[in-house]
Design a binder for this molecule. Structure first.
Ligand SMILES: [Zn+2]
Length: 337
């Protein structure tokens, strides 16, 4: 009995024909051509210096850009840049807001600046003392930029530089941190600094201790846009840490809100409205302070602090890692208020 159906004979025949053709001179020539094309495509593909493309560039309005990092912790892939940065293109150069957490991270930021303008970064503003706000200074300074920061931010950077570098060595690794050295501001300011560069005016304002002691925001009065640094977190739970002060953070937030910015470019997350900034940052800070205050008033002590229900903020990134620690930090702050 013949076990094959007619079409199966047809397929077998086609395979035999293909094998026969494969050995023919023309087909071999074609195959060689395909192989050459494939190798050329591999060689011509531009090499990605920054595997994983951990930063996203967003044009906010003409000449104003946000560079948005991921919401998670520092890694070898993101080179420590787990935050949002930004820049303003002027007629005489680029003003960068925050330089990233490492030399290589700064190089990545610079590659995004260069993707939109041929003008160099002439000024770098550090909005605070957290690692990702300033440890890329060395890269930009070596390329001719002037670094500007609030005096308290510089003090904080000097105080925490070695802790920040060892934390980054652990999380990012020696290769990712290669070349990173602490480099501090060339110009410091006390309360407010007005900069007019290449036809753009920026106001740097410090209103007190927020996420870090020297947090400042950068206000563009013509565009009504504010770069908030770590004063505003969006999409991610604010981190209230040993170097934070939640009480004055609320006051600093209110000083920023009083400007009625049209767009807030946050320290973490995507640019959005003031309402969104308030919803994700102010509402949380206000909530956690009230909840901890009530907990203390009812006789609760530090050991049971995790019993405070914060689940209404579970929609924010890093909730599991930060919520309990935040409550404990606010509890400790309140001992001294
Ligand atoms: Zn931050």
């Amino acid at each position: 009995m013949n076990i094959y159906r007619g079409e199966d004979f047809g397929v077998a025949e086609s395979i035999c024909r293909a094998l026969r053709d494969f050995s023919s001179h023309e087909t071999m020539k074609f195959m060689r051509y395909l192989i050459v094309l494939f190798i050329a495509a591999l060689l011509l593909k531009p090499p990605s210096l920054f595997a994983g493309e951990s930063l996203a560039l967003q044009k906010v309005v003409p000449d104003v850009y946000a560079i948005i990092g991921g919401l998670d912790n520092r890694t070898a892939e993101n080179l420590g840049n787990n935050a949002t940065f930004g820049f303003v293109v002027t007629s005489s150069g680029v003003i960068l807001i925050d330089s990233g957490a490492s030399w290589k991270g700064a190089e990545h930021i610079d590659s995004l600046v260069r993707s939109v303008t041929g003008k160099p970064v002439t000024h770098v503003i550090n909005t605070g003392g957290q690692d990702h706000r300033w440890l890329g200074n060395g890269y930009f300074k070596s390329h001719g930029a002037k670094i500007i920061a609030h005096e308290e931010a510089v003090k904080d950077q000097k105080f925490r530089a070695s802790d920040q570098l060892s934390m980054l060595q652990n999380l990012v690794g020696a290769e990712g941190m290669r070349g990173t050295e602490p480099v501090f501001a060339d110009e410091v300011f006390s309360n407010e600094l007005r900069l007019t560069i290449g036809g753009k005016t920026l106001l740097l304002q410090h209103h007190g201790w927020a996420h870090t002691p020297g947090d400042s925001f950068v206000w563009l009065p013509s565009e009504k846009i504010v770069f908030s640094g770590d004063i505003v977190y969006m999409e991610r739970l604010p981190g209230v840490q040993e170097h934070s002060r939640s009480k004055s953070w609320l006051e600093v937030f209110d000083a920023l809100a009083a400007l009625h910015p049209r767009i807030v470019i946050p320290g973490h997350g995507h640019p959005a409205s003031l309402e969104k900034a308030s919803y994700d940052t102010r509402r949380y800070l206000s909530f956690i302070r009230k909840a901890v205050s009530d907990y203390r008033a009812s006789g609760g002590d530090a050991t049971g602090i995790r019993s405070i229900d914060q689940t209404m903020f579970r929609y924010l990134g890093n909730y599991d890692a930060l919520s309990g620690r935040n409550a404990l930090q606010v509890y400790n702050e309140m001992e001294w208020e």
